[in-house]
Design a protein around this ligand. Structure first.
Ligand SMILES: NC(=O)c1ccc[n+]([C@@H]2O[C@H](COP(=O)([O-])OP(=O)(O)OC[C@H]3O[C@@H](n4cnc5c(N)ncnc54)[C@H](OP(=O)(O)O)[C@@H]3O)[C@@H](O)[C@H]2O)c1
Length: 283
C-alpha cells in the first residue's frame, strides 16, 4: 500500500509545486518591476495619473534662430540646497528620476558641466523601449548625445557614460595636450579660444549639429552661464521635501546680469515631491 501511495502523493506534491512556481512566475514581472511613480497635475488643471513623458513632450517649443531651445533641469531641497555631501543622491528619489528620464527622452542632447560629471554617478544614457519608440517616431536619434563643458577634462574617461556614447567635450585651447589626446580616443573634443568656453559658442555648435532641444542637467555654475546670456528657455525645478540647512543663499553661484521673468506652465506632484515648470517670458 505504502509503496503505491507514496508515488501518488509525491506526484500530487510535485504538481502543486509546479503550479505554485508557474503562478509565481506569472506574477514575477509585475512584482519585480520597480514601482512606477504616479504623478498628478496640480496646475494649470488638476488631473490624476498624468504621464511625465506626455507632459514634457506636449510643450510647444519655438526653436530660436541659431541655437537650441534650452531646458534646464535642477533639483533643490525646500530651502534651496542643490547638493548634500557633494551630490544630489540624498535629494533625488524615484519620482525625480522618472522626470529626469522623461526630460532626457525628449532632448536631442544633454549638456553638463564637468563638476556635475565628477560629482554624480553618471551612467550610460539609456532609455526604456517606450521612450525609444517615441523618439524614433519623432525622428530623433535613439539616445540624446552627451555634451560636457570642461577646461581640464579631468573625469573618468572609462566610465560608461563616456565610452557608451562618444560625447562632445567643449574645452579651451589651454587644455593639457596629453589629456586632449586621451580624450580624443573616446570623445569628440571641441577647443575654443579664451580661458573659458562661451555658452553661446556651445549652443551654436550644438545647433549646427542638428540639436533643436537641449537639456542642461547643471550644475549650478554652468546653469548660471546660460542664464547670464538669457539662453534658458524652460526651467524644470524639482522641490525635494527636505530642509537641509547650511546651503548657499541661492540655487546659483554669483549674480545674474539682470533678473529675467519666467511664466509658470505647470506643477506636478509625486511622492511628496513637487515639479515646477516655467517658460521664459520674452514679450
Ligand atoms: N541640484 C541639482 O539639480 C544639481 C545638478 C547638477 C549638479 N549638482 C551639484 O552641483 C555640484 C557641482 O556644481 P558646479 O557648479 O561646480 O558644477 P558644474 O557647473 O557642473 O561644473 C563646473 C565645471 O564645469 C566646467 N565649466 C563650466 N563652465 C565652463 C566654461 N564656460 N568653460 C569651460 N569649463 C566650464 C569647469 O570644469 P573644469 O573644472 O574641468 O575646468 C567647471 O569647474 C555637485 O555637488 C553636483 O552634485 C546639482
Amino acid at each position: 500500500m505504502t509503496t503505491e501511495r507514496e508515488p501518488r502523493r509525491s506526484r500530487r506534491a510535485l504538481v502543486q509545486k509546479l503550479q505554485a512556481q508557474e503562478t509565481a512566475l506569472r506574477r514575477a514581472p509585475e512584482s519585480l518591476a520597480p514601482a512606477r511613480p504616479t504623478f498628478r497635475a496640480l496646475f494649470p488643471d488638476a488631473a490624476d495619473d498624468v504621464d511625465p513623458d506626455d507632459v514634457v513632450a506636449d510643450e510647444l517649443r519655438e526653436i530660436p534662430d541659431g541655437r537650441p531651445w534650452v531646458v534646464l533641469n535642477l533639483i533643490a531641497s525646500v530651502d534651496g540646497v542643490t547638493s548634500v555631501g557633494g551630490d544630489t543622491s540624498a535629494l533625488s528619489h524615484g519620482a525625480d528620476k522618472a522626470m529626469f528620464a522623461s526630460l532626457r527622452a525628449m532632448s536631442d542632447a544633454v549638456l553638463v558641466g564637468a563638476g556635475t560629471l565628477r560629482a554624480e554617478q553618471y551612467q550610460r544614457i539609456g532609455l526604456d523601449e517606450r521612450k525609444l519608440m517615441a523618439r524614433r517616431k519623432r525622428g530623433q536619434a535613439d539616445i540624446p548625445r552627451l555634451a560636457v563643458v570642461s577646461r581640464k577634462a579631468e573625469f573618468d574617461l572609462a566610465s560608461s557614460v563616456i565610452t557608451g556614447g562618444h560625447p562632445l567635450i567643449y574645452t579651451t585651447e589651454g587644455i593639457n595636450e596629453m589629456r586632449a589626446m586621451q580624450v580624443e580616443v573616446v570623445a569628440e573634443l571641441m577647443r575654443f579660444p579664451g580661458d573659458k568656453v562661451r555658452a553661446l559658442s556651445i549652443l551654436s555648435d550644438l545647433f549646427d549639429r542638428g540639436c533643436a532641444v537641449l537639456l542642461c542637467e547643471g550644475g549650478p555654475s554652468l546653469a548660471s552661464e546660460l542664464f547670464n546670456v538669457d539662453a534658458v528657455d524652460e526651467v524644470h525645478l524639482t522641490i525635494s521635501p527636505w530642509l537641509v540647512g547650511g546651503g548657499p543663499a541661492g540655487l546659483f553661484p554669483g549674480s545674474f546680469s539682470r533678473p529675467r521673468r519666467y511664466e509658470l506652465r505647470g506643477v506636478l506632484e509625486s511622492e511628496g515631491v513637487l515639479f515646477g515648470r516655467w517658460i521664459r517670458r520674452r514679450r
